[in-house]
Ligand binder design. Structure first.
Ligand SMILES: Cc1cc2nc3c(=O)[nH]c(=O)nc-3n(C[C@H](O)[C@H](O)[C@H](O)COP(=O)(O)OP(=O)(O)OC[C@H]3O[C@@H](n4cnc5c(N)ncnc54)[C@H](O)[C@@H]3O)c2cc1C
Length: 639
């Protein structure tokens, strides 16, 4: 049985990280050269980790399935990245960011990790600025910022609506610098299909070369998973279509605990689904809620053009329900409020599943030019997709699957319960509790990669210096490669009639309908049965054309969808187990009379970390009790 020890250092919250850094074991430069580290992923987390570890002198091997590391999904991040610079003097501080995240996550995150993420946030911004990220600046030349949901200060730094792209280009440059120095070796178009354990330690991975289909073995003294989130389990989501949960799932099958899988964030402001053939949804950044006012008509089925609906006939429902935060309530609250209005019959657009986000007042006050400077590319994106000009009439938006707070369980070192296996960025569960605040992911991913992992990994690597390079001809590598081969052959040999996408779409619909924005026991039990039936259908009627020894995107998809079936089962079990509402996990049975989430701290003040016990056997639940020593656990209110 896995033993949960979060390894949180002693001392006060504000001193833990400094003291940790002062006392962590170090590896001398000559020894670093003899130590290998595998990093899976080149997004905000992976590229920062790989370049920082390379700069330290380790031998780093980095993997991604895209053709270029800079195409990792992080490049799509739009709105910004948080840091506690307090340039505005509006009361920001490390403590306040920490508190906002703890409260935003509905008191389901680990205090020490969150505080540290807030603590390194300023270093992250300084680092990106030094690397040349063109963050927006004010008249005097200082970096400027804006607000995001769930906070009352301005701390989100941005590069128009392309913050992730600019940060990724910076990290990609750092990565390239290390590649040219020879400290980092890049393996693009490789998909990790298994983790290799030797004597219980993570010692390597099996990858598939996506161009040739060849299976490859890679060994190292430690493995870092920076493989992103699994929001695409809902099929339609704001994520890149290829994003998937397989790397984390493979590690889970080898013993890594999976924490809070049901904490999946539904973002309130995505362009609504237009038809059944869509394969993804497009996010309209949360930054737009700084100036966009959200409303629906006061009358049901009001078919007037939005510009013809006068002020007195509009219901600015977020401002009405949550006067303290208004349009900047956190995402879970904003999403549920939109759903509530639409379900009650006030939704707009052809399907009735949309609400307005309106810039009329902001444009009147600030002028077209200012709004364009802030959001120009997002307005253009909206116009291109919908044919509607948001300078002239309101956008239509609706919630969509977006981000997964759940992920591999890690301790304070960002190490999973498997020695030598680390998980960083969206792939781990650590910092966002039951709901992530906007612009806190780039911050966490980059903080993990640039400023946290490089310290914490040395604690482990210091004990590896006597371990010679790991050979790849060990029996553990033989077995792992054989298992991967067998699974691929099984998938391709079914030779049924339906594509992987057909099953993915159906699975996504089940998850969205029964395990999305709201959940209840009856629906979850039904979802569990439906997923089992669909999984059976998948394994009997899947069609994967082509061969294994060639470029074959269908076999790639089939592998990812097969893992999604198992992950979906766990996600549902986790949602069933947590008989409370917290953050994005809203159980209809647990709500206040006015429809707000009702936590049950007596019974569920814990991280649910699930252990795989074998095919067709139920997972075992381990509980990491959450201790709040520096904040008072309160009812989370944005009124
Ligand atoms: C549309 C959109 C906008 C967003 N805007 C913001 C924002 O403004 N601010 C903010 O803070 N956050 C934002 N987010 C969230 C943020 O973008 C993500 O949480 C973050 O990018 C995750 O980064 P990551 O490095 O953990 O993973 P990713 O960027 O998803 O990278 C995953 C990497 O892992 C690799 N990988 C995965 N599996 C395998 C495998 N099996 N084998 C080999 N390689 C593998 C991939 O190739 C890729 O390189 C946004 C998200 C979306 C969807």
């Amino acid at each position: 049985m896995a033993i949960l020890n979060a390894k949180i250092p002693e001392g006060s919250l504000a001193e833990k990280w400094t003291q940790y850094k002062n006392s962590v074991k170090l590896v001398n430069p000559a020894n670093k050269k003899k130590l290998d580290i595998i990093v899976v992923g080149t997004g905000a987390a992976g590229s920062s980790a790989a370049s920082a570890l390379g700069e330290l002198g380790y031998n780093v091997k980095v993997f991604c399935y895209q053709d270029s590391p800079r195409r990792a999904h992080a490049i799509a991040s739009q709105g910004g990245i948080n840091a506690t610079k307090n340039y505005q003097n509006d009361g920001d501080s490390v403590y306040r960011l920490f508190y906002d995240m703890i409260k935003g996550g509905d008191f389901r995150a680990r205090e020490a990790n969150v505080y540290r993420a807030a603590e390194v946030s300023s270093q992250v911004i300084d680092h990106y600025t030094a690397l040349g990220v063109p963050f927006a600046r004010d008249y005097g030349g200082s970096l400027t910022n804006r607000s995001f949901g769930g906070v009352q200060v301005s701390r989100t730094f941005y590069a128009k609506g392309q913050t992730g792209q600019q940060c990724m280009l910076a990290s990609y440059s750092s990565l390239n610098r290390q590649i040219s120095k020879g400290t980092v070796t890049m393996f693009s178009r490789r998909e990790m299909l298994d983790l290799v354990l030797v004597d219980g330690k993570a010692r390597g991975i099996i990858t598939r070369n996506l161009i040739t289909g060849e299976l490859e073995r890679h060994s190292a003294h430690a493995v870092v998973l920076a493989s992103g989130g699994y929001g695409t389990i809902y099929y339609l989501s704001t994520l890149a279509i290829q994003s998937n949960g397989s790397a984390a799932w493979k590690a889970h099958l080898k013993g890594a605990l999976f924490a809070n899988p049901s904490f999946a964030q539904i973002h309130p402001t995505s362009i609504p689904q237009l038809n059944e053939y869509q394969s993804k949804l497009t996010l309209m950044s949360e930054s737009l809620r700084n100036d966009g006012r959200i409303w629906v008509p006061k009358e049901k089925n009001d078919k007037r053009h939005p510009n013809d609906i006068p002020e007195e006939d509009r219901d600015y429902y977020l401002e009405r329900r949550y006067p303290a935060y208004g349009n900047l309530v956190p995402r879970d609250v904003g999403s549920r409020a939109a759903k509530e209005r639409c379900d009650a019959g006030y939704g707009v657009g052809p399907t009735g599943l949309a609400v307005y986000m309106d810039f009329r007042d902001a444009i009147k006050k600030q002028g077209d030019k200012t709004i364009e400077a802030k959001y120009g590319n997002l307005f253009q994106l909206y116009d291109t997709i919908t044919g509607v000009n948001p300078y002239k009439e309101p956008m239509q938006i609706y919630p969509s699957a977006h981000y997964t707070m759940g992920g591999l369980w890690v301790d304070y070192n960002l190490m999973t319960n498997i020695p030598g296996l680390y998980a960083i960025g969206e792939a781990n569960f650590a910092d966002h509790g039951a709901n992530r605040l906007g612009a806190a992911s780039l911050m966490q991913c980059s903080g993990d990669g640039y400023f946290i992992l490089p310290f914490t990994i040395s604690d482990y690597m210091a004990d590896q210096i006597k371990t010679p390079r790991i050979p790849v001809n060990l029996k553990e590598f033989d077995e792992a490669e054989e298992n991967v081969r067998k699974r691929l052959e099984k998938l391709i040999s079914i030779n049924g009639t339906q594509t992987p996408t057909f099953f993915h779409k159906k699975l996504g619909k089940i998850m969205w309908d029964y395990c999305g924005m709201v959940r209840n026991e009856e629906g979850l039990k039904k979802a569990s049965e439906l997923v089992k039936e669909l999984k059976h259908e998948f394994w009997t009627d899947l069609k994967v054309p082509g061969n294994l020894n060639e470029l074959n995107q269908e076999i790639e998809k089939a592998g990812r969808v097969s893992d999604f079936f198992d992950l979906a089962g766990l996600l549902i079990s986790d949602a069933l187990n947590r008989k409370e509402s917290c953050g994005a996990h809203f159980r209809e049975e647990s709500q206040t009379p006015d429809g707000e989430a009702q936590r049950n701290d007596d019974e569920y003040l814990y991280v649910a970390a699930w252990e795989f016990k074998g095919e067709e056997r139920p997972h075992q639940l381990h509980k990491e009790k959450l201790k709040f020593e520096e904040v008072e656990v309160q009812v989370r209110s944005y009124k």
